[in-house]
Design a protein around this ligand. Structure first.
Ligand code: SF4
Length: 360
C-alpha cells in the first residue's frame, strides 16, 4: 500500500498494524500525518469544540523509593529536602483550587512507604465531604503498587478501598514507555509494563475511568513508541476503560538522566501517530505544560481535541525545569485563536455548561 493510501485508511479509522505504524512514523510527511490525524479527530468529534478541565495537582509528598532517573522531583527517604504535607495543607490547596472553580483534583506524589492506606482514606474522605463537587482523579499506578506492598494487600483491595473513600478516577501517570528495555534503563525500580497494565485493568474493572500517558524523548526508539501505543490499544480493546491518551515529553534539564529535549516537530509527530494508531481511545490531549501553549495550539491540528487542565499548582514537571503556566483565560484564548470553541469538561468528559467560561 502506498503511503497516501495508508494515511487515507488511518484517517478513516482503519486499524494500523504495528509495522504500518512504524512505517508511518518514519516515512510520512509531518503535515500529511497531521492532516490525517486531524481528519480522524474530526470524524470522532465532529464539532470544533476543544475541551479543558479546571483542575490542580497537589504533589503531597516528594519522598519516593522508586528513584527514576528522569525525575528531578523526588527525594529519597530521610533526605533533608523530603516533605510530606499534612492533611490540612492538602485541604488548603484543594480549597484554593475549588474557590477558582476546579472540578478535578489530582493528588499525586512519590511512593512514600511511610504513608499507610488509612492516610489516603482519611484525606480522600475529607475532600469528598468538604468539596463534594470536586472529582478526585488521583494517585498513579506506582503509588497504588507501593500501597499494596506496604499493606501486603492485593491491588483490587487497595483500589476498592480508595474508591470507597472517594477516589473517582485513576490517572495514567507512570506509564513512561511500556517496554521493559526502556524501563530497565530509566526507572528500573518502577512497576513493569504488565503491572502497569494490570493495575489499569483492575481499576477499569471497578468502573473507574482512567487515562493513559506516554512520556517520550528519553532513550526509546520510534519502534518502542509504537509498541507502547500497541499495548495501550490492546488493553482498550479488552476493557474500553481509557478516556484519553496524553503523550508528553521528558524535560532533561535537572534530572540525572541527561539528554536532549524533544523538538516541537517530534511532539507533533507523536501526537498524530497516537491519534491514528489508537483508533479505540476517544480523546487525545494536548499536554501544553511541557511544550507550552503555542505548541498546544498546533497540537489541535495534529489530532488533539482536549487542552488538558489549568493545573493551578504542580511540582513534578516544574522541578525538572519547566516554567510554563496558563490561566483559564490563556487556555480559552489559545483555543479560540486556533479557530476552535472552548468548553469546560469534567473528569468524565461531560461538557459542564453550568460552569461559565472565563472569557465568555
Ligand atoms: S517519577 Fe514518580 S515514581 Fe519516579 S522517582 Fe519521581 S516521584 Fe518517584
Amino acid at each position: 500500500m502506498s503511503l497516501p493510501e495508508l494515511l487515507d485508511r488511518a484517517a478513516a479509522g482503519g486499524r494500523l498494524s504495528f509495522d504500518e505504524g512504524v512505517r508511518l512514523y518514519h516515512e510520512a510527511d509531518l503535515h500529511d500525518l497531521g492532516a490525517a490525524a486531524h481528519a480522524r479527530r474530526m470524524q470522532l468529534h465532529p464539532s470544533n469544540v476543544v475541551t479543558y478541565v479546571i483542575d490542580t495537582t497537589v504533589n503531597y509528598t516528594n519522598v519516593c523509593n522508586v528513584h527514576c532517573t528522569f525525575c528531578a522531583f523526588f527525594r529519597p527517604e530521610h533526605h533533608q529536602e523530603g516533605y510530606t504535607m499534612s492533611h490540612d495543607e492538602v485541604i488548603a490547596r484543594v480549597r484554593r483550587a475549588a474557590d477558582q472553580g476546579a472540578t478535578q483534583i489530582m493528588i499525586q506524589g512519590g511512593v512514600n512507604p511511610e504513608l499507610r492506606i488509612e492516610w489516603f482514606e482519611q484525606l480522600f474522605g475529607r475532600v469528598r465531604a468538604e468539596f463534594p463537587h470536586v472529582d478526585l482523579h488521583s494517585l498513579s499506578v506506582s503509588e497504588i503498587v507501593g500501597l499494596a506492598t506496604v499493606e501486603a494487600l492485593p491491588i483490587p483491595e487497595i483500589l476498592r478501598r480508595l474508591k470507597a473513600a472517594g477516589m473517582k478516577s485513576l490517572p495514567g501517570a507512570g506509564a513512561e514507555i511500556l517496554v521493559e528495555r526502556v524501563r530497565k534503563r530509566i526507572s528500573a525500580r518502577k512497576v513493569k509494563p504488565e503491572e502497569w497494565l494490570g493495575v489499569m485493568r483492575e481499576a477499569q474493572r471497578l468502573g473507574m475511568p482512567t487515562t493513559a500517558t506516554m512520556m517520550f524523548g528519553s532513550i526509546e526508539t520510534a519502534e518502542e513508541r509504537i509498541e507502547h501505543l500497541h499495548v495501550v490499544r490492546e488493553l482498550q480493546d479488552e476493557m474500553e476503560g481509557f478516556t484519553a491518551f496524553i503523550p508528553w515529553y521528558y524535560i532533561p534539564f535537572k534530572t540525572p538522566l541527561r539528554g536532549k529535549e524533544a523538538t516541537g516537530l517530534e511532539y507533533l509527530r507523536v501526537l498524530a501517530i497516537s491519534r491514528l494508531y489508537l483508533d479505540n481511545v476517544p480523546h487525545l490531549q494536548a499536554s501544553w505544560l511541557t511544550p507550552g501553549l503555542k505548541m498546544g495550539q498546533l497540537a489541535l491540528f495534529y489530532g488533539c481535541d482536549d487542552m488538558g487542565g489549568t493545573i493551578i499548582e504542580e511540582r513534578v514537571v516544574h522541578d525538572a525545569g519547566n516554567t510554563n503556566e496558563a490561566s483559564r483565560r490563556d487556555l480559552e484564548d489559545a483555543i479560540r485563536e486556533a479557530g476552535f470553541v472552548p468548553a469546560i469538561r469534567d473528569t468524565y468528559w461531560n461538557i459542564r455548561s453550568d460552569y461559565a467560561l472565563a472569557t465568555a
